[in-house]
Design a protein. Structure first.
Lengths: 513, 933
């Protein structure tokens, strides 16, 4: 059951195709590169070395961020405006697969109801229930969809999909997460791209229709919007768009060519994309909101989602590096996968004022603020301008703050990957908890406490410019972390636009393996 | 020529009075439908008529002046003095009579009715003069013939007034002009010869004959005219229009009384000055009064022509002509008042030039007030008008007695009286009109709105803060004040050859100095007004661009922000710079949003004023022009929008260029002069206090940029405070990160671009010319930044309480910055020249010496040394040799600059070796030593 207050049933408020003028993008990139070079030429000069270990950490963090930034600019500059592709052949048969695992019926029903109304193809909707729910069976029957249930639940979502693939036969397969209500135009808008026999899949954006429901979904959506905006369009320009698990239409033969969805990864979509590209298949991104879904509504859900993505992507780095992908594609995958190391840089940056105020050691030596600002500010400032311009304001401060406060997730995921500890696939909860969730941000709170204590200690010890400068750095991190953790420390308001259903299960605390 | 004679050509010519008889018909208000034009063309025709008659009046005045000047050369000094005494007596009889023209102008029939009585009254006065001629001649030390000539002239006084008033009433303007011109014509035709043949009595008789000739020209010529006048047939009646309904409470007697009181306000200052001032000052004021009479005399006929017409269009035409004549007179005098006075009255009266402009302004205002009073006589109940005039006249006397200690004091009293009179008359004129009623209703309604009430409170608070936050005059201000005391020509020449700034602020200061003098507060009036006006302007801009909350928050921040307060108390152009920058950007946003000629005009005028205020204003205008180009580019595929915007942009840009073209030659001359002198921007110590982020002479770095940014928002502080604040730069990263995801409206982008790009350009230029990167040169960014902060604070959260709290915290931070800026003696921008020089003056005795360094302190030292017996000279002229008991005071500043520090140390060592050190003082940025032999 759904109600008219379900945000997924409202028209989207975001335009995935809205891009800055290519001249602006390329102009900014042309200006940014020399500024970055200038900054690193200055930073890497031998006389800058202060405390060697700290200096090494600083350089590593800065180089990592610079590589990420260069990758971002390169990706965005590669955007190509292509005409929309339309399916010109006879009506194609499409199996629409909707995997579920314990989600509330109220969340799934709008998806199934919309899926059976998809236009532009001979549609067969399959509800793949790993939860073994009779209510789901009734739901499928109610809407004329086929109900598929497995005896075993191996391989999580990937296993469920592979199970369904074996029981269906349409040449095209659409995958929808159970909370993503498709637009009737989904197949009309995507099948055209699969007219190219080399095309393996066409991916549409993952739009969080509940982004106005609270601070967490707003911040999470802000991160998503940057990805499904300039980055996804740019990846498409580089023919490097990867599958994102939902709102995607596959060619069955392509899936079969790589043996279906990989079941040994928590990010089966990412690994699948690598295999498809490695096998010579191509991919497409359709910059049009064709399905409206629900993003994480509370901190625990967000952390859970980020943990899965981080572990999956970091775990895929060896596969990326060892793949036979063309260099361009390999770089694109490496950039995406290594993004989940960025939490380390936050940790490093936060540690500098702490170390300086406690021990007096600092990474840079013989550096006046004038010199540092003269080289760093133009690079940093224009990089921020680029983020604003490329994303057209989509990426917000709270998205950044949430990302910074989640630094520990990346650290944890790295350690788990290095320790080869396998994680389990955790479905992102579709409904937010209303209570406070300090446990979900406990590491960030600890960092906050350290920074605060050290800053106060610094102020007590002295007011010389160097101390004040480091106190200010600590204050900067304190402000960012506070903005990031604050939503977890407040009771979330009851969203007026949420599906009016009883919760089928409680939101989970983050996976700690 | 006596002072009184000097007034002859510039005071209104006597118009003959009459007395209202009970049977006199009351004044009429002609039917507007019959006699009043209701179109712009009609207003122009009326104005042309007014100007024609005013030209006749002016011609008559010039003719009479020429006669007086020729007579002065024809007659021996003593004989001319006798003739001058006659002219004074002639005025004494005719000036009161002039007010009676108002009666016959309103009711031409009065001329015929009162003719005999006026003749009888004049005859009586003449007879009395004849009888008393011998004793009066002995008393006044003039020949008896002079008094007899005056007796013969007396009967004409009332008659001429009546007949000329009648001619105005009947709209026989040519005859009126002929009568006016007849007097100088006859004076010149026979007066010069008679004076040469018969001495002063001959000249006096010629003046009498001229009066009679003027009367003959003005008298009715035929029966019809006589009947028309006698029957009260105005042209309206003659044209068959319905008879005018006289205003029951506006009789001719009121007009006569009103004009009599106006004559009193116009002339009583001379009489009072003679009574209360010493002869030298009285003579000076007489000269001043003569000059001022130019403006009043030129517009004498304007209200008289208005009286028979009434109506809004006639009032507009009359006001326009009176204002034009007044401004013309003001412009003539203002070009070079000192030189004018010296040329006309001799070098001994040259000091009068300093106060000539305000006095001429007073008389010009009186000309306007007369028009308003004439209108009130016709259109309003008389009580308020007469009460206003009576109160003004009485107040004028009281003021002269209270502050009239010298010629300037009397002039100030007259200016105050005429300003009051003009404002009061304007208020009475507007009172009760539909437009005024609507405006009053709107104002009252606006006052009831919380945001407007809050704005008024904020503006008042900001104004008080700006008034209270005073400090002494500093170097640049003293230079500006020195320049502003020059004649306008000399000022412009000085700017062109020795300065680097455009002239707008200097011209405002020039005017201010003439009106208010050179006191600390007086010279800062333009800055105070601009910096206070900035508060409501920012509110209006914020409300218009964003919403009321943003406007109110930005206005609140502007009220306490350190820079607007600081530059409100500096007699330089920076407060105007801020105001015009805010106006220009606001107007541009209106243009881009709404279009419209008014917005374009507002933008172009503000942008031009910006450039005329500070050359670096062109950077703001440049960014704005880029904004227009971007706007055009964005609509390049939409012809319906592109074409009108493009055409308007081209047209108004051409207008802007036309406005600034005169400045280009000026700037080119300045550049050439400075290059020739090898100074450029290096001539002024503009980087005072800039040592935190800068090492003098080096190109600015990032830290200097940071320091300037902190100054712009948090104000000037001690070096220690600035170092601490600058060290907190990582918090700016937070600010930058906070901008992520914020709204990116084109308005905000334009505001931000106008705030940031000029500073970036100057930073770039600073790599070649380090001194150009100075916050003062892009201070126009400050109100824009405050506006953006106001917007950011009010859009951060939707919770009202949180918004108020955040705004209060921001305002508190700015207020703390303001307090530290103002009261922290370590602020390197505070120069206590005032305290230093006053301290020296307290200790010094006549004959002592004040030596100062650097040499460019001359103006500021002279400013505070004014009136002292201590002589001063720069250290560069060498150290003095003291006589026994004599003392020398050494005053030094800019000691952070090595060359001045070294020369000062050397001078102190030498003085210490020769003389005894009596005292040494340290004040903010100033050091003084006192040596005695």
């Amino acid at each position: 059951m759904s109600t008219s207050t379900d945000p997924r049933l409202r028209p989207p408020t975001w335009d995935a195709a809205r891009a800055p003028h290519p001249v602006l993008v390329r102009g900014l990139v042309c200006a940014l590169v020399p500024l970055a070079v200038s900054y690193f030429a200055w930073l890497l000069a031998p006389e800058r070395v202060g405390q060697p270990v700290l200096y090494g950490l600083l350089v590593a963090a800065e180089l990592f961020n610079a590589i990420q930034a260069l990758g971002f600019w390169w990706t965005c500059a590669g955007e190509r405006r292509r005409p929309r592709a339309r399916w010109a052949g006879p009506s194609a048969a499409v199996d629409v697969l909707v995997p579920v695992y314990g989600e509330p019926v109220a969340v799934v029903e709008p998806t199934i109801a919309a899926a059976v109304r998809l236009r532009g193809a001979d549609v067969r909707v399959h509800l793949l229930d790993d939860g073994g729910s009779e209510a789901m069976r009734e739901l499928a029957e109610r809407h004329g969809a086929e109900y598929i249930r497995r005896d075993t639940r191996s391989g999580a979502k990937a296993g469920n999909l592979n199970h369904a693939l074996a029981r269906t036969d349409a040449p095209f397969v659409a995958v929808l997460d159970c909370d993503h209500v498709p637009d009737p135009r989904l197949l009309e808008a995507t099948l055209g791209y699969l007219a190219d026999p080399r095309a393996a899949f066409a991916q549409a954006p993952q739009y969080y229709a509940n982004h106005a429901a609270g601070e967490i979904p707003a911040a999470a959506w802000s991160q998503q919007a940057l990805f499904f905006g300039p980055i996804a369009r740019g990846k498409d320009g580089h023919d490097a768009m990867f599958c994102c698990g939902t709102n995607v239409v596959f060619r069955r033969t392509a899936l079969e060519d790589v043996g279906g969805f990989p079941q040994d990864s928590v990010t089966e979509d990412f690994e699948l994309s690598i295999r498809l590209h490695e096998a010579g298949w191509t991919s497409h991104y359709v910059p049009e909101v064709l399905a409206s879904g629900l993003g994480p509504e509370d901190m625990a859900s967000y952390v859970s989602q980020q943990q899965r993505w981080a572990r999956g992507c970091l775990g895929a780095i060896p596969a990326v590096l060892g793949s036979s992908l063309p260099l361009r594609l390999k770089l694109q995958y490496a950039l995406s996968a290594s993004y989940f190391l960025s939490g380390w840089t936050v940790l490093i940056y936060m540690s500098f004022p702490v170390v300086r105020l406690l021990t007096g050691s600092q990474p840079l030596a013989a550096v006046s603020a004038d010199q540092f600002l003269g080289h760093f500010v133009p690079y940093f400032g224009l990089a921020l301008v680029a983020v604003m311009a490329f994303g057209r304001g989509a990426y917000s401060f709270r998205a950044l703050a949430l990302q910074a406060a989640s630094f520990w997730i990346h650290v944890q995921a790295t350690l788990f990957v290095l320790a080869r500890r396998r994680g389990s696939f955790v479905v992102t909860p579709k409904e937010g908890a209303r209570e406070r969730q300090p446990r979900a941000v406990a590491p960030a709170l600890a960092a906050l406490a350290v920074l605060l204590g050290v800053a106060l200690l610094g102020l007590v010890r002295g007011h010389d410019p160097a101390t004040l400068n480091n106190v200010a750095f600590a204050a900067l991190h304190i402000c960012v972390l506070t903005a990031g953790v604050l939503p977890a420390l407040r009771r979330a308001p009851v969203p007026a636009a949420a599906p009016q259903v009883a919760p089928a299960r409680r939101a989970r605390e983050p996976v700690t393996a | 020529m006596t002072a009184t004679e000097g007034r002859t050509p510039t005071r209104p010519q006597p118009e003959r009075p009459t007395h209202r008889r009970p049977a006199d018909p009351p004044p009429r208000q002609p039917d507007p439908r019959a006699v009043l034009p209701t179109t712009p063309a009609g207003v122009r025709r009326l104005a042309a008529e007014q100007l024609g008659v005013a030209a006749g009046q002016l011609g008559a005045g010039v003719g009479n002046l020429v006669f007086a000047l020729v007579a002065a050369r024809v007659l021996a000094p003593g004989a001319f003095a006798d003739l001058a005494a006659f002219l004074a007596l002639y005025l004494l009889i005719h000036v009161p009579a002039a007010s009676l023209s108002a009666g016959s102008a309103m009711a031409p029939e009065l001329a015929a009715a009162a003719r005999r009585r006026a003749l009888a009254a004049g005859g009586a006065v003449g007879g009395a003069l004849v009888v008393l001629s011998v004793p009066l001649a002995a008393l006044l030390h003039v020949p008896v013939g002079i008094l007899l000539a005056a007796a013969v002239a007396a009967p004409t006084a009332g008659l001429i007034a009546l007949e000329r008033g009648r001619l105005y009433g009947l709209q026989r303007h040519r005859r009126a002009v002929a009568s006016l011109l007849a007097e100088p014509a006859v004076r010149l035709a026979i007066g010069v010869a008679l004076a040469a043949l018969a001495g002063p009595v001959g000249g006096a008789l010629a003046v009498v004959a001229a009066g009679w000739a003027a009367l003959l020209v003005a008298l009715p010529r035929d029966r019809d005219e006589s009947r028309a006048a006698g029957n009260g047939a105005s042209p309206a009646a003659a044209n068959g229009a319905s008879p005018a309904v006289p205003h029951p409470r506006s009789p001719t007697g009121v007009a006569v009384a009103a004009f009599l009181l106006l004559a009193l306000v116009q002339n009583q200052d001379v009489l009072l000055a003679n009574a209360v001032l010493d002869p030298v000052e009285a003579g000076r004021f007489a000269v001043l009064s003569t000059l001022g009479g130019v403006a009043a005399f030129a517009s004498t006929t304007v209200p008289l022509m208005l009286l028979p017409r009434g109506g809004r269009d006639a009032l507009r035409a009359a006001l326009g002509v009176a204002a034009l004549l007044g401004v013309g007179a003001l412009a003539v005098v203002a070009i070079s008042p000192g030189a004018l006075v010296e040329l006309v009255f001799g070098a001994r009266y040259a000091p009068v030039g300093a106060i000539a402009v305000p006095y001429v302004l007073a008389m010009a205002l009186l000309g306007v007030a007369r028009v308003l009073v004439a209108h009130l006589c016709v259109a309003r109940p008389p009580r308020a008008t007469l009460a206003l005039l009576g109160a003004t006249a009485a107040g004028h006397v009281a003021l002269v007695l209270a502050i009239g200690h010298d010629a300037a004091g009397v002039a100030t009293a007259t200016l105050a009286a005429t300003v009051t009179l003009t404002a009061g008359a304007a208020a009475l004129t507007l009172h009760g009109t539909p437009a005024a009623t609507r405006a009053a209703a709107r104002a009252l309604a606006a006052l009831r709105r919380p945001d407007i009430a809050a704005l008024i409170a904020i503006t008042a608070g900001g104004g008080v803060l700006r008034m209270l936050a005073t400090r002494g005059i500093w170097l640049d201000e003293a230079t500006s004040i020195h320049q502003a005391q020059m004649s306008i020509g000399a000022l412009l020449d000085s700017l062109r050859t020795t300065d680097v700034h455009p002239p707008l602020h200097h011209l405002a200061l020039w005017l201010t100095v003439r009106v208010f003098g050179t006191g600390e507060l007086a010279v800062r009036v333009p800055s105070l007004i601009a910096a206070t006006a900035l508060i409501p302007v920012i509110y209006l801009a914020g409300r218009d661009i964003y919403d009321r909350r943003a406007g109110l928050a930005a206005a609140g921040l502007t009220a306490v922000a350190p820079f607007p307060v600081w530059y409100a108390q500096e007699a330089r152009m920076y407060a105007l710079f801020m105001l015009f920058a805010a106006l220009a950007v606001w107007m541009q946003i209106r243009v881009l949003r709404d279009g419209g000629g008014r917005n374009w005009l507002g933008y172009v005028l503000a942008a031009a004023a910006l450039v005329y205020t500070q050359y670096f204003g062109i950077l703001f205008v440049g960014v704005q022009q880029l904004g227009f180009l971007v706007a055009l580019w964005r609509v390049r595929h939409e012809p319906d929008e592109l074409r009108p915007l493009g055409l308007a942009w081209i047209g108004w840009s051409l207008f802007f260029i036309l406005l600034v073209v005169p400045l280009m030659g000026f700037a080119q001359a300045q550049f050439a002069a400075n290059e020739a002198a090898g100074k450029g921007f290096e001539q002024v110590p503009s980087q005072a206090g800039g040592t935190v982020g800068e090492i003098a002479g080096r190109p600015p770095g990032a830290y200097a940029a940071l320091t300037n940014a902190v100054w712009a928002v948090l104000g000037y502080h001690s070096n220690a405070t600035m170092t601490a604040l600058a060290a907190m730069w990582p918090l700016l990263l937070l600010l930058a990160l906070g901008m992520l995801g914020r709204g990116r409206s084109w308005r905000t982008l334009l505001l931000a671009a106008c705030a940031v790009v000029p500073a970036i350009v100057l930073f770039g230029l600073g790599q070649m010319k380090p001194l150009v990167f100075e916050v003062r040169y892009f201070v126009g960014a400050v109100p824009l930044v405050l506006l953006l902060i106001g917007r950011a604070l009010t859009s951060w959260t939707l919770r009202a309480g949180a918004t108020v709290a955040v705004c209060c915290v921001a305002a508190l931070a700015l207020a703390i910055g303001e307090a530290d800026q103002q009261f922290n003696g370590s602020n390197p921008r505070v120069y206590d020249f005032k305290g230093a020089v006053h301290s020296i003056e307290r200790r010094a005795r006549p004959g002592d010496l004040l030596v100062f360094t650097p040499s460019y302190l001359d103006h500021v030292v002279a400013y505070y040394r004014d009136g002292s017996d201590v002589s001063m000279r720069p250290l560069s002229n060498g150290l003095p040799r003291l006589a026994r008991g004599q003392r020398v005071f050494l005053l030094a500043s800019f000691l952070d600059k090595p060359q001045f520090r070294q020369s000062t140390q050397a001078a102190v060592r030498r003085l210490d070796a020769r003389y005894r050190l009596v005292n040494a003082e340290k004040r903010p940025q100033i050091r003084t030593w006192e040596f005695s032999r």
